[in-house]
Design a protein around this ligand. Sequence first.
Ligand SMILES: [Zn+2]
Length: 305
Amino acid sequence: VTATALAIDIGATKISCAVVTATGDIRERAVGTTPRVGADVVAAVVGLIGRMASAASVRSVGVGSAGIIDPASGVVTGATSVLANWEGVRLRDDLEAALGLPVTIMNDIHAHAWGEKRFGAGASRDSVFVVAVGTGLGAVLATRRGIEPGAHGASGHFGHISCPEAGTEPCACGGRGHLESVASGLGVPALYRRLGGDRAVASAKEVFALVDADPVAAATVQHAATALGRAIGGAVNLLDPESVVLAGGMRDPGGPWLSLVDRSIRDVALPTLRGIPLAVAQLGDDAALVGAGHYALTRGGQNDL
Ligand SMILES: [Zn+2]
């Protein structure tokens, strides 16, 4: 019998649950809408799991969740504007009480990076810097030894580093002038409008589609990709990973994006590191589920990184 864990991916809009094997395969899944109030999330998760026949056989649970989760206590300590009343939820204790199983909690970026490191684009590497560009922007180093969550579980807030192209734009975290305001699913259309683009354009996808026809869209993509690549190049100099993996919904939107990011990384990287491979993620939306499930299996439900 192959060992399995229950994996739970808690995002701002949806909750995904899956039974994940030790080899990274997904056996069964259930998806639901994230409740509007964080305190209702545990009940929603329990409801979803009740619909999964194979969930009864698991012995451990791995959670990848939006927000900052304190590694020691399993309590949500920060959530920007992700979920109302999410801060203060005792996510690990409440889930363990509700499910009667050991629960391992990690931030969703950490879970996503672990999935790609273990079973995706980083599987053949000793260390990868996984950059997830979606609605928001996060990135973290994943090595054979796992993920370093940081003293507060807050490592990987890559979108919240200073970025000249962001000027003094307010950020979802409460700060100003952060990379996420330029190079993310929300940042790209916002930058496009700031540069004088069509006010009706609301998504990054629309901006990418306009690149050949609209000089403002072309300039937006140039600025956003260059800013992202510059930040990644700086991180490469700091961490010296074996490879960079671009993940998330904007991993490869077509057009000049990927080559601009690639060039910008190499403009900043130290001469020794300039040849670092840039790969595109392989697991898509399943990365966080696979990562959280595998982490729970290998750590035996102990939240000890
Ligand atoms: Zn920020």
